[in-house]
Design a protein around this ligand. Structure first.
Ligand code: FAD
Ligand code: ATP
Length: 579
């Protein structure tokens, strides 16, 4: 593995103590009742200083949603069970939590702050988790703790590796089982193996066991599938036989599978185990990161409460679901698409809950191609997760699942100009600045900057993927590396050849230059039709020529990736009409 040394961005290297979000203060002091929604400017105008909080309002009215997902059932278990929270930081529709509760008399919820998550990316040594995602994660954990407390429990926060922490907790509490959500990529699988090995070395005597054991026992690790909308076990084929073409996969699951109902929990999960110190959340500084203020663009609030609030806001309050398909290719502001992805990636939002809400909306308001399209996109998310089961580590390899032989450049100067948003192409620069300033970029933007990096610059796609891994709030190994392998032509579907012409994209998706002027305010003074093509005198010089020149009529872009050509998928449109 070659580690290249890159010039760090200021926000990754400087320790700042000012301008930190007010949410952070309470996290640092480990308060669980916090005002997650500080006053921000949420004007609908797109002046360059507008900050959008996502969701707009606090989630205090979410109790009703939780109540709808509550039912009372008898607990049949014995002794103590542990639930090891990973990327499933929620209470609603959490099967691992439910099964752990059901199988025990006392339930211990644990989160391990694993130092490996805050180390560096595999090849290029970027921060494995950037400050904004780390902050989002801390907010998710604080909110999870709060929601567990509402059910009579708490969340034990431990600092260290799960393979060290879980066996010793199992021993100390005489736990019979550790329940956890199953992951699919090799870094997580390695941790799973180490935890299993650690547990196998523990022996719990009948005296230590809090259950009715009469002989020595070894605690088990029980995995629960929980990341996707369609359950792995419900697929009508083995994951190793997953179709290589998305449409084939989608058609099969839509016709042969049903989405399981959300798991309901009783109102109380008491009693909690006797623990004096439930542990503190770390500060960003303790994680080796500098706090970063979001002063423009979208400021996402972490946690299940905020996630449910965003679903409520997007579907019910703003009634945006009915126009999703027409707006989803936008780039500016919070409302052109759902923005569910950061909560889905941390598991603070369940895709099955979204499915149920779409169905409720279709019953109570209307069903159209837009309401269907959100599910269509969630099936892409499922597909990338299942692909990671089929293709394993090849998803991360330079040649991708198809083992494509190609020469890639690792030119440091070119890469850094892309990373820092200094390429001389406003559309690229604006998107890259949005990413590093907020941890988010639209799907449209991601496709364009990916195409530019790999097709126009010829840079090793893994450099782009690892930079996304650092920055994205919604980073998910399967969706990220899956989309990058697709976008760079090494994905499993050989039919795709994607080139996004920047002039054409700008003309179609930012015709008035509002998006680029928002992120590059110096362009606002230019006439609208010049903002995306300012020329060398009015903007920084272009670092490379475009592969197919600057003509906006170039049409290669129409070799579209997940999310682009799909808007014209007539067959799918007919399909929802028939439902
Ligand atoms: C190069 C590249 C890297 C990406 N990396 C990630 C990533 O790390 N994590 C991530 O969640 N998404 C990733 N995506 C997919 C997509 O860009 C984001 O899911 C989407 O922009 C999130 O915004 P949204 O929630 O408003 O999406 P919406 O348009 O509202 O879609 C609803 C949901 O569908 C799912 N979805 C939509 N498009 C895709 C897609 N192409 N692939 C997988 N799921 C999709 C997401 O869960 C999303 O939240 C990547 C796309 C590209 C081109
Ligand atoms: N969750 C994850 N996030 C990011 N990258 C991951 C994740 N899980 C696995 N990877 C990547 O998978 C790759 C594994 O590397 P590699 O394939 O060289 O593994 P290996 O264990 O040495 O085995 P082999 O060469 O036999 O496949 C690395 O690039 C690693 O970063």
């Amino acid at each position: 593995m070659a580690i290249l040394h890159f010039t760090p961005l200021p926000f990754l290297s400087l320790k700042t103590s000012v301008n930190t979000k007010s949410t952070l203060t309470s996290i640092l002091t480990n308060q669980t009742t916090r005002n997650l929604f500080p006053t921000t400017n949420m004007s609908a105008s797109t002046s360059s200083s507008t900050t959008y909080q996502v969701p707009e309002q606090d989630g205090n009215n979410m109790d009703q949603t939780f109540r709808r997902h509550t039912f009372n059932t008898k607990r049949s278990g014995t002794g103590t069970a542990i639930v090891w929270f990973r990327n499933d930081l929620r209470v609603l529709d959490n099967e691992a939590l439910f099964k752990a509760w059901l199988s025990s008399q006392t339930l211990l919820p644990v989160y391990c702050v694993d130092p490996r998550l805050f180390a560096t990316t595999y090849h290029f040594g970027f921060p494995k988790t950037g400050a904004l995602r780390a902050q989002f994660l801390l907010e998710c954990l604080a909110d999870l703790r709060k929601n567990l407390m509402k059910k009579g429990l708490n969340l034990l926060i431990k600092h260290g590796k799960p393979e060290d922490i879980l066996p010793s907790l199992a021993k100390a509490f005489g736990a019979h089982t550790v329940y956890a959500q199953k992951e699919t990529c090799s870094e997580e699988l390695k941790v799973e193996r180490l935890v299993i090995r650690g547990l196998q070395q523990i022996v719990i005597s009948p005296e230590e066991s809090t259950g009715a054991k009469v002989s020595n026992s070894v605690p088990k690790l029980q995995f629960i599938w929980g990341t996707t909308m369609y359950h792995l076990d419900d697929l009508p084929f083995d994951a190793n036989c997953l179709p290589d073409v998305y449409t084939q996969f989608r058609k099969i699951v839509e016709s042969k599978c049903t989405v399981r109902a959300c798991i309901k929990l009783p109102a109380s999960l008491e009693p909690p185990p006797l623990i004096e110190d439930w542990g503190c959340l770390p500060t960003l500084e303790q994680l080796g990161l500098c706090s970063q203020n979001v002063s423009k663009g979208m400021n996402f609030v972490g946690g299940e409460t905020a996630a449910l609030s965003r679903v409520h806001e997007y579907f019910w309050k703003k009634d945006l679901l009915k126009v999703y398909k027409e707006t989803r290719n936008g780039m500016l502001g919070p409302d052109y698409s759902t923005k569910f992805s950061p909560w889905l990636a941390s598991g603070s939002l369940s895709p099955r809950f979204i499915y149920e809400e779409v169905k409720r909306y279709e019953n109570e308001r209307l069903a159209n191609s837009s309401t269907y399209w959100v599910l269509f996109e969630l099936i892409w998310r499922d597909y990338f997760r299942f692909l990671s089961v089929k293709y394993g580590n090849s998803l991360f390899h330079i040649g991708g699942p198809r083992k494509v032989q190609q020469n890639w450049s690792q030119d440091k100067k070119l890469f850094e100009s892309w990373r820092d948003g200094c390429t001389g192409y406003p559309l690229i620069d604006a998107n890259m600045k949005e990413l590093s300033s907020t941890g988010f970029m639209s799907n449209r933007g991601r496709q364009i900057v990916c195409s530019f990096l790999v097709r126009d610059m010829g840079i090793d796609w893994r450099m782009g993927a690892e930079w996304f891994e650092t920055c994205l709030l919604d980073y998910d190994p399967c969706s990220n590396y899956g989309n990058w392998t697709y976008g760079s032509g090494v994905g499993n579907d050989p039919r795709e050849d994607r080139y996004f012409s920047i002039p054409k994209q700008a003309q179609t998706y930012d015709p008035e230059g509002e998006y680029v002027a928002y992120w590059l305010p110096q362009l606002r003074k230019l006439p609208k039709d010049k903002r995306n093509i300012p020329g060398n005198l009015l903007y920084i010089p272009q670092i490379v020529p475009l592969k197919f020149g600057n003509a906006s009529r170039h049409n290669k872009e129409d070799n579209k990736p997940p999310g682009a050509r799909r808007g014209n998928d007539r067959a799918s449109e007919r399909r929802w009409n028939r439902r």
